[in-house]
Design a binder for this molecule. Structure first.
Ligand code: NAP
Length: 411
């Protein structure tokens, strides 16, 4: 008889699904610091629908969206997921996973029970008229992020996903390596390749904020692969050297500058001081590059501290592309720089199936390193997200073993 519940690290026979599972949950009544907010509980394994798959999670990737979910900022994730038809009073964090398919819905054709997969985080309604018309699902009204906008994330023994989210796992990678890069890598892929004509190509200079972080470490590699030249921005020389090992041609240590945040108004005498800081930063980018060429693309995510500077240093006809507001949302664009030099200010969010698959193929072809910086165990889930929220994690991406019984296993 099938056991009702398995311990973490105890793997049921493939295709055997227990009734209950361990999962790392947040609940609205304990929103706050991730170490207190994200907790292991035992809950029922979810039922899957006709287009869905149930994946046994071997390892899960750590992303900043779980920190936001734990804090309940800027939204209460249980309210968002209720709007998508999941009215649970808890939320399972996690938008990156590597694991094994344990069951599939009756209409699923792309994966089978037993397949080793990574899961990308893009979800949408398959019958959304926008999607049915063949348009970019990343822009569909039903687009949502699995494990952030939806309930059944990856920090659980089993996760419920739409089958199209499953991509083949790179055979050469361990479970923890495979779980690490898809969300950040796919997001960086869309930011750099998804917004023509401002796509990265041969010789382009790309300024990458947070060059040693999850997104930045992926962006540097993708820029380099496309023949571009990445200049990283980092907060220490160690992180700068790390960025160079990933392919950056140089780096700027942002701690040498102090003009961050929203500048004073253009007609305030104090504006001049901000302007001198921004000019000195632009000069430092040229120095890191070794020539006076400004970035064709500025790869943005810190936002409030950095957007005015990004807008200033971006080249004529170039693009500032942004996917987050880690340091705050209240920023400003001095439109003089935007219109006069005909720059583009572009939002970007996650990716679609093609972009996720294109990124995963680069990983499978060993062209992109997963930049796994550290691996933690299931019981450290709250603590590792606490470290991420405090900027205390090592360089690169970070993963947590969920059901994989040990580090270093590929199958
Ligand atoms: P991460 O690994 O923590 O990296 C963030 C980087 O930002 C750090 O390496 C840090 O580098 C840099 N940073 C921190 N404070 C800064 C400041 N004041 N000024 C300039 N840089 C600063 O996080 P991540 O995984 O790269 O994610 C970054 C953000 O993107 C998060 O908010 C996340 O939620 C979001 N995100 C959004 C999407 C999407 O699709 N919308 C997808 C993935 C991630 P230094 O300290 O070395 O400068």
């Amino acid at each position: 008889m099938t056991k009702d519940l398995f311990d973490i690290g105890e793997i049921p026979e493939i295709g055997t699904v227990p009734a209950r599972m361990h999962a790392q949950l947040v609940r609205p009544e304990r929103f706050g610091e991730p170490r207190d907010s994200i907790k292991d509980e035992v809950i029922d394994v979810p039922e899957i629908g006709p287009n869905e798959a149930l994946v046994m999670v071997m390892a899960a990737g750590v992303n900043f969206n779980n920190v936001w979910a734990a804090r309940g900022v800027p939204v209460d994730v249980t309210k968002t997921q209720a709007r998508w038809g999941e009215p649970t009073d808890f939320h399972i964090v996690g938008s990156d996973a590597a694991g094994i398919v344990y069951s599939v819905g009756r209409d699923v054709k792309n994966v089978n029970v037993g397949d080793r997969v990574v899961v990308h985080a893009g979800q949408w309604d398959v019958d959304d008229p926008w999607v049915v018309a063949g348009k970019d699902p990343g822009l569909a009204a039903s687009f949502r992020v699995w494990g952030y906008d939806t309930c059944w994330g990856s920090f659980a023994q089993f996760t419920k996903v739409q089958a199209h989210q499953c991509l083949p796992k790179a055979e050469h990678l361990t479970w923890e390596e495979a779980a690490a890069p898809t969300l950040t890598g796919g997001t960086a892929y869309r930011m750099l390749h998804g917004w023509p004509p401002n796509t990265v190509s041969d010789g382009d200079v790309v300024l990458v904020w947070g060059g040693s972080g999850g997104l930045g470490s992926m962006a540097i590699q993708l820029v380099t692969l496309a023949g571009g030249r990445a200049v990283a921005v980092v907060s220490s020389d160690e992180k700068g050297e790390y960025s160079k090992r990933l392919g950056a041609v140089g780096y700027v240590n942002r701690t040498r500058f102090d003009h961050w945040g929203v500048p004073p108004a253009w007609n305030d005498p104090a504006w001049k001081e901000w302007f001198e800081g921004a000019k000195a930063f632009g000069k430092a980018v040229w120095e890191a590059l070794g020539e006076r060429t400004s970035p064709r693309i500025v790869f943005e995510h810190p936002a409030q501290d950095t957007i005015p500077t990004s807008n200033f240093v971006c080249d004529r006809g170039g693009m500032v592309v942004i996917c987050a507001g880690t340091t705050g949302y209240d920023t400003m664009i001095d439109v003089r720089y935007l219109w006069y030099l005909q720059k583009r200010y572009q939002g970007s969010h996650l990716f679609n199936d093609e972009q996720a698959a294109a990124f995963n193929d680069l990983v499978r072809d060993r062209k992109v390193s997963t930049t796994l910086g550290a691996t933690y165990v299931y019981d450290e889930t709250g603590a590792v997200h606490q470290m991420m929220g405090g900027g205390e994690l090592p360089e690169g991406n970070v993963a947590v073993l969920v059901n994989a019984p040990a580090r270093g296993l590929t199958d």
